[in-house]
Design a protein around this ligand. Structure first.
Ligand SMILES: Cc1ncc(C[n+]2csc(CCOP(=O)(O)OP(=O)(O)O)c2C)c(N)n1
Ligand code: SF4
Length: 289
């Protein structure tokens, strides 16, 4: 009797299966993004021995622990400084920071703007669930005005960051936004940034049904997919000042910025060459990719 060929999930080799089950709850968007990332690694054909993942703390920060790649689960807010050190110590690495909106833009806010300003060759994937999820659903710098959180029971009244605009203004070479509904576009964007040099930033709107969607009466994970589908408008190249998020408004998605700018290393190398003239010695540390 013929036996059925086992179906191999292409994403499975990228996961530390011994750590399953994961902590993410049903309807949470973080797993969807990991799936997209694994597919982007396959699509871009990047050398997996040269990929390093750095996460901060939060539900999103768990990504580093579940991916079967060289990965570092660092302290809260310090994923970018850690990634900076890693990249500058080993220029041949593709350093990918995977973290939450709170980790990257609240406690870690100053690090990310300076990394963008310097155009460090880092790839930042920001999972934006609009709150601090792991600690119980508090207001984050991304929480839309009027949204309910545990620390804003009458509605958030602080203006939220427009993350693409902030990263664009700070000098990022690549800026995009997708939602967990846009799996193909997101996979393509991830694949693009793995091949692009310079500071690259992707914001991904992702549901936290347990803490954000439920409190704001937005339903479960599936309802959020429908919501993302209905509200999203693809506008590649849109000026980032025109893409702020609001509680119930349209979600502008797409690739907003893709520019060439000398990265940190090129600028440093040029400066050394100019200063040292003939005394400048080409070293592997300065040229390696
Ligand atoms: C120095 C420090 N301050 C505060 C915390 C508590 N803490 C853990 S995760 C977190 C927020 C996480 O939010 P976000 O980065 O948006 O990730 P999410 O859980 O939403 O995926 C906070 C405040 C901590 N672990 N360390
Ligand atoms: S609390 Fe929210 S973000 Fe964290 S695992 Fe649960 S659903 Fe996902």
């Amino acid at each position: 009797m013929a036996t059925a060929t086992p179906v191999i999930n292409p994403v499975e080799p990228f996961l530390r299966m011994e750590r399953m089950r994961h902590i993410w709850r049903p309807g949470c968007g973080i797993g969807t993004m990991v799936n997209c990332f694994a597919r982007a690694l396959l699509e871009s054909q990047v050398n997996l021995d040269r990929v390093a993942i750095v996460s901060g703390i939060g539900c999103s920060g768990r990504v580093a622990g579940y991916l079967s790649l060289d990965s570092f689960h660092t302290t809260h807010g310090r994923a970018v400084p850690f990634a900076t050190g890693l990249k500058l110590a080993n220029l041949s690495l593709h350093v990918v920071v995977y973290s939450g909106d709170g980790d990257l833009f609240a406690i870690g806010g100053n690090h990310i703007i300076h990394a963008a300003r310097r155009n460090l060759d880092l790839k930042i994937i920001c999972i934006n669930n609009l709150i601090y999820a792991m600690t119980g659903g508090q207001t984050a710098p991304t929480t839309p005005v009027t949204a309910l959180t545990t620390t804003a029971p009458y509605g958030c009244y602080e203006p939220a960051f427009n993350l693409p605009n902030l990263m664009d203004a700070a000098g990022a070479a690549y800026v995009a936004r997708w939602t967990t509904y846009h799996v193909r576009q997101l996979t393509r964007s991830m694949s693009e940034i793995l091949k692009k040099r310079g500071f690259c930033f992707i914001e991904i709107l992702s549901p936290c049904p347990t803490l954000y969607q439920r409190r704001n009466r937005l339903g479960d994970g599936l309802d959020t997919m429908k919501y993302y589908k209905e509200r999203s408008k693809v506008r590649h190249g849109a000026p980032t000042s025109e893409v702020p998020l609001s509680k119930d408004g349209d979600i502008i998605v797409g690739k907003f910025v893709d520019r060439e700018r000398p990265d940190y290393l090129e600028v440093m190398r040029g400066q050394l060459q100019q200063q040292l003239g003939e005394r400048f010695v080409e070293t592997e540390a300065l040229t390696c990719r």
